[in-house]
Design a protein around this ligand. Structure first.
Ligand code: 2BA
Length: 108
């Protein structure tokens, strides 16, 4: 058994969950925050048999898009001391996926 840990953008989470639950996968959804942008994202925990990992990863690929985000970056200060900012483009997503071996699984 494997645990798929997948971080997706919030906009893609509902579509990914709908598609996975339609295929009878079980999912835990966690509201998370990216360390770099400090913006909300969603992390899905999906426990699956080994032979379903490819199906899950392909579904996440289909339902998650790459998007541009803009991050404010300080570029200096005006003569009056007011901070000056520019925005840099950051390309985010589709899905960031980790696949972990599950040592033991049980449900009470
Ligand atoms: P964030 O940490 O907010 O990162 C958002 C995007 O910013 C990243 O998109 C990447 O394009 C860029 N980025 C992140 N760290 C960077 C750095 N040190 N220097 C330059 N650019 C950087 P993605 O790579 O698609 O990641 C989307 C989200 O997935 C991340 O949000 C984070 O929540 C998660 N993630 C990505 N890689 C991870 C990892 N190795 N471990 C844990 N979580 C990860």
């Amino acid at each position: 058994m494997k645990l798929v840990v997948a971080t997706v953008q919030d906009q893609d989470a509902d579509g990914a969950i709908q598609s996975l639950t339609k295929q009878s996968f079980r999912i835990t959804r966690i509201g998370t925050t990216g360390g770099f942008l400090g913006q909300g994202n969603t992390t899905l925990l999906i426990g699956v048999e080994d032979d379903s990992v490819d199906t899950v990863v392909n579904t996440l690929r289909k339902t998650s898009q790459r998007r541009l985000r803009y991050m404010p970056m300080a570029t200096g200060a005006a003569p009056d001391g007011v901070a000056l900012y520019n925005h840099i483009e950051v390309e985010v997503g589709g899905a960031t996926v980790f696949i972990l071996n599950v040592e033991h699984f049980e449900q009470g």
